[in-house]
Ligand binder design. Structure first.
Ligand code: HSE
Length: 438
């Protein structure tokens, strides 16, 4: 059988590793794909850096449009990231009848609907396993492995850089900026690292996971997004005292009125497996009606893990390259005509438990005022921790855990509590999820 010919766009951390792994594991890959896979053309902006040692024979250009217009290329592998020129390149590749493998979560989350419609019309495949959770085959697991199930919710640690920062801060007391610089040096962080720390990268990935879990269009702008930059060491320590870990989670949950899609720091019980996912590792916990809970864990960023997913996609495309388009696995797991416009709920409608940290005057009646407001707002308190004031200080710190409540009710109660003259400073609130079956 003829080899499948790859055009590689981007020879950075992941692109270089993809070229090398395709070469070094060629025999095993060929045995799986049923034909050999060859990179016949590559592009990189900094052409002077050349191809990685061992792959120098691959012709290299500085112009990525040469790759998508090369008539000998069967599959375009886009590994440059970002919106442009990635979108123009992918659309041109599709127009030229080429299949596309991409690791670009921003592109899929923002422009996936348009890309998949074009690919469907042209009968080509666009695959994106490496876009979510790096080397963890979570797209395949949800799209194929769980296809018998009604998926109820999923919760994931889906940004390796953010998890690496939180872990190092907690375990070694390291400074935020110092850990971020290390994540950048290791090739984990996005070109713009605010995408990692402000939750945008995780929101791109959650948007994709939500679409394939529930069969809804990609709607990035509807994902509520909060990053890790406001998490303090104090909250990490208090959460620990109460038996919780703070993780940056992406949560997608189906409810009777719509779908919750939210990315934010979250307290989770430390006894949950996912609470112990540390460093650059990612994990996605999926609650499915027939399987129950299942957890997918592995390296969420880095050269070889991401190349592992890219190449698995290349092999999948190679296996079905001569197959009728409608016999392939649908891009968003559900047949294109079955994608449903289920509403995505605003964050004010999300139902979750809370961790609250308040700074109050240390005098009689303060706690009674706070609990009265909570009671009037139908918020049930699960636990209270009061920290003794330091000598000479007349203010105390109160930590509260509440039971689940609709976010807008919590907002109303917090506004009333903040207006009490005995409550000083901002009230710190972190959402809390028990991640059990309910
Ligand atoms: N910046 C991303 C992360 C890379 O840290 O998870 C993998 O998508």
């Amino acid at each position: 059988m003829k080899p499948v010919r790859i055009g590689l766009i981007g020879v950075g951390t992941v692109g270089a590793s993809t070229a090398l792994v395709l070469k070094n594991n060629a025999l095993e890959i060929g045995r799986r794909a049923g034909r050999s896979i060859e990179v016949i053309h590559a592009s990189r902006r900094t052409i002077s850096q050349g191809m990685p040692a061992g792959t120098e024979a691959i012709p290299l250009t500085a112009d990525p449009f040469e790759i998508v217009n090369n008539p000998d290329v069967d599959i375009v592998v886009e590994l440059i990231g970002g919106y442009e020129p990635a979108l123009a390149l992918v659309m041109k590749a599709i127009e030229n009848g080429k299949h596309v493998v991409t690791a670009n979560k921003a592109l899929i989350a923002m422009h996936g609907n348009e890309i998949f419609a074009a690919a469907q019309a042209k009968g080509v495949n666009v695959v994106f396993e490496a876009a979510v959770a790096g080397g963890v085959p979570i797209i395949k697991a949800i799209r194929e492995g769980l296809s018998a199930n009604h998926i109820e919710w999923l919760a994931g640690i889906i940004n390796g850089t953010g998890n690496f920062i939180l872990t190092e801060m907690r375990d070694k007391g390291r400074d935020f900026q110092d850990v971020l610089a290390e994540a950048q040096a290791l090739g984990y962080a996005e070109a713009d690292p605010t995408f990692d720390v402000e939750g945008i990268d995780a929101a791109h990935k959650l948007c994709i996971l939500g679409s394939i879990a529930f069969g809804i269009p990609l709607q990035f702008s509807a994902v509520y997004t909060e990053g890790i930059s406001a998490i303090s060491t104090e909250d990490v320590l208090y959460a620990g005292e109460l038996g919780y870990r703070i993780k940056h989670l992406g949560i997608a949950r189906r409810t009777e009125s719509g779908i919750e899609m939210r990315v934010h720091p979250t307290l989770i019980p430390e006894k949950r497996l996912i609470a112990n996912v540390d460093g650059v590792m990612n994990a996605v916990l999926v609650m499915a009606d027939k399987l129950g809970p299942s957890l997918y864990y592995g390296p969420g960023a880095g050269a070889n893990p991401t190349a592992s997913s890219v190449i698995a996609d290349i092999i999948d495309v190679a296996r079905t390259i001569d197959t009728d388009a409608e016999k392939r696995v649908p891009h968003l797991a559900f047949q294109p005509g079955q994608i449903a416009d289920i509403p995505i709920l605003p964050i004010s409608e999300a139902i979750t438990a809370y961790y609250l940290r308040l700074r109050v005057d240390d005098k009689p009646g303060v706690m009674a005022d706070i609990t009265r407001i909570m009671g009037e707002s139908e918020i049930s308190i699960e636990a209270i921790l009061q920290k003794e004031p330091e000598p000479g200080i007349t203010q105390a710190t109160i930590i509260m855990l509440t039971q689940k409540i609709r976010e807008k009710q919590m907002n109303q109660a917090l506004a009333k509590i903040a207006a009490l003259s005995s409550v000083n400073d901002k009230i710190h609130r972190i959402r809390l999820e028990t991640l059990d079956a309910n």
